[in-house]
Design a protein around this ligand. Structure first.
Ligand code: DX5
Ligand code: ZN
Length: 213
């Protein structure tokens, strides 16, 4: 299991310290939640702050866009050279085009599914992407309760993924912690995002290790 702590739950007054701390504690990716106040009812960070995160990080960035006008945001963040940019399929008329645009910038593209969006929505894109992110909460806020139907979705997605593109990673985001990680692993999750769980503990290393099963 790869672990991607969500910086949304970091102390923004000590962002550099917290980003360094999760990297030193052995995380695999640094998950960055970009919200625009339109696609989701919350507003987070833009390229100035994400650039500070990129500078502090010794691990690759995993940028999760929760925005309208995806292409505009892809262009804003591409110069920071993230490993992944994922965007919501619900908010994109031409996801296939955008996936290939992201790849043309040298970034791995991924698609995000909201809780109501079926696994099958990504079937004809699976061959073109490096990651599918399954939301197990409604996007917008950290610290929400895990939505159990995500487990069944992961199972269906894994069947599709294994058939179409075994190298595409399945990531889960929202309400993840040591209580549900074993079930998620068994269902087929490769990468877990964890915000409040990791940053809510004083020992980040122990928190991250408890997810690496
Ligand atoms: C929610 C974000 C998540 C969030 C996860 O919209 O996409 O990445 O920070 O937070 P936890 O792990 O606290 O549910
Ligand atoms: Zn996220």
């Amino acid at each position: 299991m790869l672990v991607a702590p969500s910086v949304l739950s970091a102390d923004f007054g000590n962002l550099e310290r917290d980003v360094r701390a999760i990297c030193d504690a052995g995380c695999d990716l640094v998950h960055v939640d970009v919200m625009d106040g339109h696609f989701v009812p919350n507003l987070t960070i833009g390229p100035v702050v994400v650039s500070a995160i990129a500078k502090a990080s010794t691990k690759p960035l995993d940028i999760h866009l929760m925005v309208q006008n995806n292409t505009f945001f892809v262009d804003l963040f591409a110069p920071l050279k993230p490993e992944y940019i994922t965007f919501h399929i619900e908010e994109e008329k031409h996801p296939h085009r955008l996936v290939h645009y992201i790849r043309s910038l040298g970034i791995k593209p991924g698609i995000v599914l909201n809780p109501h969006t079926p696994a099958e929505a990504v079937e004809y894109l699976l061959g073109d992407i490096d990651m599918v992110l399954v939301m197990s909460v409604n996007p917008g806020f950290g610290g929400q309760k895990f939505i159990p139907s995500a487990v069944e979705k992961i199972r269906r997605l894994k069947t599709l993924r294994d058939r179409i593109n075994p190298s595409c990673l399945i990531e889960i985001d929202g309400g993840v912690g040591n209580k549900n990680i074993a079930e998620l692993k068994e269902a087929g999750v490769d990468v877990c995002v964890a915000g409040s769980y990791v940053f809510g503990q004083s020992d980040y290393k122990a928190a991250i290790e408890s997810l690496k099963i």
